[in-house]
Design a protein around this ligand. Structure first.
Ligand SMILES: Cc1cc2nc3c(=O)[nH]c(=O)nc-3n(C[C@H](O)[C@H](O)[C@H](O)COP(=O)(O)OP(=O)(O)OC[C@H]3O[C@@H](n4cnc5c(N)ncnc54)[C@H](O)[C@@H]3O)c2cc1C
Length: 435
């Protein structure tokens, strides 16, 4: 009945607002440690949306600990062997091995976001049962209850409003989070620094190692290219994810209507017309896609806390960041696991949320700001400053040791420094459950 309001009798212990990658990773983690939960997701049907995302070794480790296998991830992407930055002159600025090739105990994966999301969704339905995800349930806010629990205010597609009670509420409702807006009502609007991205996929021959993540161009105009499927054995072609990016004057703000809008290739392909190398034809790559999605590179200013009593934020709701470090989805998965570890330590209590907040909010807010400063792509701005992108031998511009140290600093801050990660104990030990 439109406009009616009722209070739900069900009292699941943890409410998860948002059934994206972070929300489903949270549900799987809570199930693993014996904490009942329900996911409240606004859309009426979860579909395989989006293009490529990266899963860094720290996140792949957590996925393996959740029972996913390399075969599962090979079905939705492929393991990345190299990360490379190439100048507009076609010459290498920096390259390094990635994942297991680089000595990590876990690979790095590039996956199709939608297919990976569906892999998580199926696992949630298989393990938690069909009622674990309530679709068409938009969480518009929350009310702290006198006994210390919380009610999520849930709007149904038919206009009904329901209060769903739980011991805790985890807001995993993405960059436009309603929960975050209530935790921090004075937060500034979304931040945009002037870069516009057009994302798409094209079936084409993978370059370099066949499993390379390549950033090509300059600080203000570049392409990011990586395969997100296994190569077809006959044609050798794979699904190549590409992001074409141009920086413009941001002083007038974002003028287009949408934040993730489908556009025709012709609206931006001209920026890359003459980007042809003997190893890669960028123009042909872009031209080979049917559609592209335009989205401004946006994030949110860090906030001092991700917690309000029995409510905590997770994933993009907590730390929406530029994709320059390829770690937004990875961090959402790691957040879910750290939350699980804190629940194991402190029980299903607000104290656990405080411990989670203390462990992650400060360091990950720094990663948000580092990514705003171009993340690992910051090397391109150093090269631009020193030689305008023109060089014969990159060692004359920025010695190898300086390039490697720059990357090492980024990896440490983002939590996937190899030796630290390899030596760290599991976030959640096998078989442990909340008593
Ligand atoms: C449709 C879609 C496509 C994307 N495509 C890409 C991509 O191609 N490349 C990329 O790098 N990143 C993409 N992202 C973002 C990426 O998935 C996230 O940055 C990352 O995975 C962190 O996950 P998250 O769960 O925090 O957020 P998200 O994956 O954004 O998930 C948030 C979820 O919350 C739901 N939700 C929103 N508001 C409410 C509410 N009020 N109540 C209940 N549920 C709510 C949303 O429907 C969504 O399912 C996409 C996100 C979405 C939603």
């Amino acid at each position: 009945m439109p406009g009616t309001e009722r209070t739900s009798q069900e009292t699941p212990r943890v409410l998860i607002a948002g059934g994206g990658i972070g929300g489903l990773a949270t549900a799987l983690t809570l199930h693993q440690i014996g904490v009942p939960c329900v996911v409240l997701e606004s859309v009426r049907e979860l579909r395989p949306l989006g293009v490529g995302i990266n899963l860094q070794p720290n996140a792949v480790r957590e996925l393996y600990d959740l029972g996913f296998t390399s075969a599962d991830l090979d079905g939705v992407g492929l393991s990345i062997k190299e990360w490379a930055l190439v100048g507009l002159n076609g010459k290498d600025i920096y390259s390094e091995p990635r994942g297991d090739v680089a000595g990590y105990n876990w690979p790095q994966y590039a996956v199709h976001r939608g297919q990976f999301h569906m892999l998580l969704y199926k696992a949630v339905l298989d393990r938690l049962g069909p009622d674990a995800v309530r679709l068409g349930a938009r969480v518009t806010g929350y009310e702290p209850l006198p006994d210390g629990s919380v009610a999520a205010i849930v709007a149904g597609p038919d206009g009904t409003v329901e209060r769903v009670r739980g011991a805790l509420l985890i807001g995993v409702d993405g960059i436009h989070s309603a929960i975050r807006a209530q935790v921090h009502p004075d937060q500034p609007p979304i931040h945009w620094g002037g870069a516009i991205m057009w994302r798409g996929t094209t079936w084409a021959q993978p370059v370099r190692t066949g499993a390379s993540f390549v950033g090509l161009g300059t600080d203000r105009q570049r392409m990011v290219i990586y395969p997100i499927s296994q190569a077809d054995p006959e044609s050798g072609k794979a699904m190549i994810n590409w992001i074409a990016e141009v920086t413009v004057d941001a002083s007038e703000g974002w003028q287009a209507s949408g934040w993730f809008e489908q556009v025709g290739i012709e609206t931006f392909a001209h920026h890359f017309d003459d980007w042809r190398f003997d190893w890669l034809d960028v123009s042909a790559l872009i031209g080979g896609a049917d559609i592209a999605y335009q989205n401004p590179m946006i994030d949110r200013d860090p906030i001092p806390t991700w917690r309000d009593g029995s409510v905590a934020l997770l994933g993009d709701a907590a730390h929406a960041m530029y994709p320059t470090g390829s770690n937004g989805a990875s961090q959402a998965i790691v957040d879910a696991r750290v939350l699980g570890a804190c629940l194991l330590e402190h029980g299903i209590t607000p104290v656990a949320l405080r411990a989670y907040d203390e462990r992650l909010c400060g360091p990950i807010s720094e990663v948000v700001l580092r990514n705003r400063g171009a993340g690992p792509f910051g090397l391109l701005s150093i090269v631009d400053e020193r030689c305008g992108g023109q060089f014969e031998d990159i060692d004359d511009v920025i010695p190898h040791a300086e390039r490697a140290a720059f990357m090492q600093r980024y990896q440490s801050a983002a939590g996937f420094a190899r030796d630290v990660l390899n030596a760290a104990p599991a976030t959640i030990a096998p078989g442990v459950r909340v008593p």
